[in-house]
Design a protein around this ligand. Structure first.
Ligand code: AMP
Length: 447
């Protein structure tokens, strides 16, 4: 069996890996580390939970310590772009752990917090910068971040960055980055769009694949429960209590849904928090911390907020509602069964979601066993299932009717026109996604 020492990593890095308690490299690490150390571009198909963060961080640290330092102290040497704040914070934490015996500086920057402290830290010089695209572009445009001497660029969770509409920001960021560099791209799924990006940004990359494309984490046991939408809160409570589960991540489709379910669980005596883009950064971090240290049993999350959450050995994931984008299912259940541990992923499926389940099964080339829990059998489960198009159409109609009933939107007081937070005219948007930024600027224009 290959060891970390066999991979040729330097002693301070090997010591940090031992400190972390890792005994052997995971398959992605075994495959990616040598190529990254040789300075090659890498295109890696790897889902979260496979150890991919160490897969790129360890060899990057090795290379940065091997090569001479940059001419300008303030120029960034390695940039890691990632879709969400949570993921960015986690990567930064990993870098700190792995570089504990090295003289290496790192910084994380993302939106939703003040920009000025980030500008001050960048002035002091940073070797490795972890960033979400929106805030980084802001910093580049304000000339607060020097990427002109960048040696290594990592596009982490590239598929999710594209899903979140970051492609234009990324393209703009690339204008600040030198042509001659090493580029690594990690993605759980390989769509045509990802392939196009890879062609554009990578140079003759080494292809690294550990699991077949679009497959779910191997050691996750998957199950679905047929039920009515209305009985989902009770069924979720029943499953958590019956299994005596102490750490459950539940995915809901909407932010309000996450809040509502969290309140419902609290009332049933199950400690719970919600995490989503409408929560302040502080509230999100508190919720995540409570969940990690197990003072909170259940975390109700939307897809974007939960993206990249890394909790060692998270045993249970519940899809309270199925995602309409099948690849999201792969990401969701990737929260469990990490680094060789086993996990359980349950999906509560009502009649309207049956077609989404079929799409997911097609994507993962696997049948998800369907169960019926006694006392929670669905009233509505006709032989003919509604098609995905029918459901989407009905949803849109319902939303339209609700909008009409609500009447025209009243101007909101918090659309103050954006000058306030020292953000150089950009709103402190609740999520960093361009779509969300667009929405908030439309709101401001309306008011
Ligand atoms: P990642 O896929 O990078 O999010 O990593 C998932 C989890 O696996 C994290 O909790 C890491 O700390 C852990 N991990 C990474 N590499 C190893 C390894 N070689 N042995 C054991 N655990 C690891």
């Amino acid at each position: 069996m290959t060891t970390f020492a066999d991979l040729g990593l330097s002693d301070p890095i090997l010591k940090a890996v031992t400190d972390k308690g890792y005994t052997n490299p995971s398959p992605i690490q075994e495959k990616a580390i040598p190529s990254v150390m040789e300075g090659k571009d890498v295109l890696a198909a790897a889902q979260t939970g496979t150890g991919k963060t160490a897969g790129f961080t360890l060899p990057i640290l090795h290379r940065l310590t091997e090569k001479t330092k940059r001419v300008d102290r303030r120029a960034v040497r390695t940039l890691i772009l990632t879709p969400t704040r949570e993921l960015a914070s986690q990567i930064k934490k990993n870098i700190e752990d792995y570089s504990v015996h090295l003289d290496m500086t790192s910084l994380v920057v993302f939106g939703g917090v003040k920009i000025n402290p980030q500008i001050s830290k960048l002035k002091q010089g940073v070797d490795i910068l972890v960033a979400t695209p929106g805030r980084l572009l802001d910093l580049c445009q304000q000339r607060a971040c020097d990427l002109s001497q960048l040696e290594i660029l990592v596009l982490d969770e590239a598929d999710r960055m594209l899903d979140m509409g970051f492609i234009n920001d990324i393209k703009k960021i690339m204008k600040y980055v030198p042509q001659k560099r090493q580029t690594l791209l990690f993605s759980a799924t390989f769509s045509n769009e990802i392939k196009t990006i890879a062609k554009q940004f990578l140079n003759n990359p080494v292809l690294v694949e550990v699991a077949a494309q679009n497959t779910t984490a191997e050691r996750v046991e998957q199950r679905a429960y047929k039920c009515d939408q209305a009985s989902k809160p009770e069924l979720a409570i029943h499953l958590i209590q019956q299994g005596n589960w102490d750490q459950v991540l539940i995915f809901t489709k909407t932010k309000h849904g996450a809040n509502r379910l969290s309140d419902r669980l609290q009332k049933a005596g199950i400690t719970s928090s919600a995490i989503h883009g409408n929560k302040s950064q502080g509230a999100r971090e508190r919720a995540l911390q409570g969940f990690k240290d197990k003072t909170v049993r259940v975390l109700c999350a939307t897809d974007i907020a939960a993206r990249g959450i890394d909790i060692a050995h998270l045993p249970h994931v519940i899809n309270y509602e199925l995602p309409n984008v099948p690849a999201d299912y792969v990401h969701r259940i990737g929260r469990t069964g990490r680094a060789g541990q086993s996990g359980e992923a349950l999906s509560l499926v009502c009649n309207n979601e049956r077609a989404f389940l079929v799409q997911i099964e097609k994507l993962i080339s696997q049948k998800i066993p369907m169960h019926t829990e006694e006392g929670y059998e669905p009233d509505l489960w006709p032989d003919r299932m509604p098609s995905a198009a029918e459901v989407t159409k009905a949803d849109a109609r319902r939303k339209q009717e609700a909008r009409q009933q609500r009447g025209p939107r009243r101007p909101s007081n918090n659309g103050r026109g954006g000058g306030g937070g020292g953000g150089g005219g950009k709103p402190n948007s609740k999520t960093d996604s361009p779509a969300s930024r667009r929405r908030s600027s439309t709101r401001r224009r309306r008011s």
